[in-house]
Design a protein around this ligand. Structure first.
Ligand code: NUP
Length: 207
């Protein structure tokens, strides 16, 4: 079982496609974010989906109708999953879940950096569970918060950023309850990304 979600935060089309091809067999999913999509258009999601599950990290944070429009575009382009904010409230979250169809919805309940969201994390976890999301985004580098979120969230999948470049340890995050770890810079900035992924998988016993 692969437990790494690769954060493909590069701009360049060729680099993105070649990293996707190279790493797809050794990661659980590839997460795309605004930098890549702004430079290449949403169709890059469909292209990468030929190699891997793709999670669109769009951190959707708008009114219900706009959330729906964004979610539909990700779905149209074969995304496997989508990340949405939840602080915008139930009506906005419901719009994402309903437009997602088979796509997995991950609701962000705490960030890998301190933020005002921290004041509402418990409410956001409860609401996300009530609205039947597939999983949560919780910080892999703030272990006490991650552990607390795990304890509240039953069998929801937790995906955790903040590993490596943001100071978190991969084993610590898994031990604290993350199902998957999100890792970007530590992989794509390494001179040998595939070797790096394989060594991380070995640490997790997932090779
Ligand atoms: O709280 C969050 N922190 C975070 O870093 C929520 C996120 N979605 N991310 C994303 O995870 C961030 O935007 C980036 O795409 C990835 C972490 O990358 P890196 O710090 O491993 O390079």
């Amino acid at each position: 079982m692969n437990r790494i979600i690769f954060a493909l935060d590069v701009y360049d089309y060729n680099e993105a496609l070649s990293l996707s091809r190279e790493l797809s067999n050794d990661v659980f999913a590839i997460k795309v974010n605004w930098p890549l999509v702004m430079n290449n258009g949403i169709s890059i999601v469909k292209e990468i989906s030929r190699y891997s599950n793709v999670i669109c990290d769009f951190k959707i944070a708008d009114i219900d109708n706009t959330n729906r429009l964004i979610t539909e575009k990700a779905r149209e382009n074969n995304a496997w999953g989508i990340i949405t904010h939840s602080f915008t409230g139930r009506r906005s979250l419901k719009a994402v879940v309903s437009a997602a169809g088979d796509m997995k919805v991950f609701s962000l309940v705490s960030m890998s950096q301190e933020s005002f969201i921290d004041n509402y994390t418990d409410d956001l976890v409860k609401m996300s569970m009530e609205e039947n999301v597939y999983g949560l985004v919780a910080p892999g580098n703030r272990i006490d918060i991650l552990r607390h979120i795990r304890s509240m969230s039953g069998d929801l999948k937790i995906i955790a950023p903040g590993i490596g470049a943001q100071g978190g340890g991969i084993t610590d995050a898994i031990m604290a309850g993350a199902d998957y770890v999100i890792i970007g810079r530590s992989i794509y900035s390494d001179p040998e990304p595939l070797k790096k992924v394989k060594s991380l998988n070995e640490i997790l016993g997932d090779d």
